[in-house]
Write a protein of this length. Structure first.
Lengths: 372, 179
């Protein structure tokens, strides 16, 4: 596919008309038309402006073959900003992968992908998948506190946080160019994000089962139920849950909100997720759970938000690799600023006082590892 | 004495010279060349002081009265330049640096090339153009404005260290795609 065809494709994928692209870049509409018909090519400056508007690197426009449409699976895609957020997720995942290729670990991801042969994937499969994943990655009895770090550092899943509405939504994508990536809503409280992360993990693990045929970017209601079931099973394992409930009851016949909140904190999940997991494990009846959740509606959010912090957009590993990349001459200061989402001025300060200053004093120490 | 023919690849050098309030002196004493991306996009920044919203570095007066030279290069040629390197040799060059380097390898003028980025000197070393590099510290010295400036990336030692790295890569066959 030619440069012009790729430009047209990228513009349309960004949801822009030629007129809108012209307005965003201050490049005349006739010039854009000429670029798209390969009558002439843009200057390097025009390419920068176009790349920023459609959120694609300049190299993208020169790649051979047809452009591959990335599949981003949303739980309720934001109507207004969905496309832009999606492009931002793909851009961040691409930056992360380039950093991995140059200074990190180029392995795309290390996830045990699920399979189910020709039979339908059911609740028992979701539960087994959660059990196997927990065991295989030594997540322990209360995986909520370790799941994010294990996915990022061990499984090489790229997890980003951005603020968007509606609040109850998250997204994931899996691609041979940049690997597996998850987008969580930084407006949500941590317990909610934990559940969302486990939910999206289900989609990644079952990508090859459900993302086939038409409408690959849409999850069915049944798939969403399975993802929720998987998330609950992964974060709140049955036996530790029973033990915690027994310990909290301490001879009482019932548990109040404070008791439930205490157990939820142990598992790093929301009270709602805990209650539904108690229903799944037949520790309480569904009708009573609904009644309970109705009474505490609003109170939960208030309680849980008290001790919460907004997570950074990029993972710690991303930042560490970006710093290493600039030191080793893999990216320039401008790109460092772009990758980190900071101003050039702020990037210059970090580079001058924290990164290159270390080179001056040869601060990088090495230690030999024994062969045994 | 002919003016030093200077190509500044990195907006960081332009910004640093403004911070040091030496930009005008350098423009006066050197024949300064900038890529359109460095001049019109990357050099702009907000210098925030307290409640001050800051200011953009505006080079339009220098451009209009031709006290600096701006070049605009076709993207095709920039892509062709970048394509000669292994994809894992660098993750991402700043667009202004890429445009400048592409321009540089397409003409024979004897520019001295300045940057405060490791990636630029590494690539120059790899292209066997290391002799054309010049750090900000060296520019100031050459122009009779020598002084101690903050930032290891502006020193001769930094330039030499990274240029050597790139030159070693070239000798050992790293960085460039095999033809």
């Amino acid at each position: 596919m030619s440069f012009g065809s790729r430009l047209k494709w990228a513009r349309e994928a960004a949801g822009l008309t030629q007129k809108q692209l012209s307005e965003a870049t201050e490049i005349g509409i006739s010039s854009i038309s000429e670029f798209e018909t390969d009558t002439r090519g843009p200057s390097a400056l025009q390419m920068v402006l176009i790349g920023e508007a459609v959120r694609r690197r300049s190299d993208f426009f020169y790649e051979p073959g047809e452009p591959q449409q990335e599949v981003v699976l949303w739980r309720e895609k934001p109507v207004e900003s969905g496309t832009q957020i999606e492009l931002q997720l793909i851009e961040l995942a691409g930056q992360f992968q380039r950093l991995e290729q140059c200074v990190g670990n180029p392995t795309l991801f290390e996830l045990p992908m699920a399979s189910c042969g020709n039979r339908p994937f059911g609740y028992a499969d979701a539960e087994r998948l959660a059990h196997d994943f927990r065991k295989c990655h030594s997540l322990g009895e209360r995986p909520g506190s370790t799941l994010l770090r294990i996915l990022e550092e061990v499984c090489r899943v790229k997890v980003f946080h951005l603020p968007f509405e509606p609040s109850g939504t998250a997204a994931c994508t899996l691609d041979e160019r940049y690997g597996a990536a998850v987008l969580l809503n930084s407006n949500n409280i941590r317990w909610r994000r934990n559940f969302d992360l486990a939910h999206e993990l289900f989609h990644l693990l079952t990508w090859k089962i459900f993302r086939v045929g038409e409408n690959v970017a849409l999850a069915s209601e049944q798939e969403e139920k399975l993802a929720n079931y998987f998330a609950g099973s992964l974060l709140v394992p049955p036996e530790p849950l029973r033990l915690s409930v027994g310990s909290q009851r301490n001879g009482k016949n019932s548990l109040d909100f404070d008791d439930l909140f205490e157990i939820a904190r142990q598992f790093d999940v929301s009270v709602q997720a805990l209650v539904w997991q108690m229903v799944s494990n037949k520790l309480i009846e569904k009708a009573k759970a609904l009644e309970m959740l109705g009474k505490i509606d609003g109170k939960v959010e208030l309680w849980e938000r008290r001790r919460d912090e907004t997570p950074p957009t990029r993972p710690i590993r991303f930042e560490a690799l970006a710093r290493e990349a600039i030191e080793k001459g893999m990216i320039g200061t401008g790109m460092f600023a772009k990758y980190m989402g900071i101003s050039r001025r702020a990037a210059m300060k970090i580079v001058e006082t924290e990164i290159y200053a270390g080179m001056e004093h040869e601060a990088n120490a090495e230690v030999e590892i024994n062969d045994t | 004495m002919p003016k030093l023919k200077l190509m500044i690849l990195d907006a960081g050098v332009v910004i640093k010279l403004h911070e040091l309030e030496l930009w005008s002196s350098i423009v006066e004493r050197c024949d300064v060349h900038l890529s359109s991306i460095v001049a019109l996009c990357e050099s702009k920044y907000h210098e925030v002081k307290g409640d001050d919203w800051g200011r953009d570095i505006d080079l339009s007066a220098d451009i209009n009265n031709r006290s600096i030279t701006i070049f605009d290069f076709p993207q095709d040629a920039v892509y062709e330049f970048k394509s000669q390197f292994d994809p894992s040799y660098f993750a991402d060059l700043d667009a202004g640096e890429a445009e400048s380097l592409a321009f540089l390898v397409h003409q024979n003028d004897d520019y001295r090339i300045s940057s405060g980025d490791a990636i630029v000197y590494k690539v120059l070393g790899n292209l066997n153009l290391g002799d054309q590099g010049i750090s900000l510290e060296e520019i100031l010295e050459t122009c009779g404005l020598g002084r101690k400036i903050d930032g290891f990336q502006h020193t001769k030692a930094f330039r030499e260290q990274l240029t050597r790295l790139g030159a070693t890569d070239m000798v050992q066959g790293r960085g460039r795609k095999r033809k």
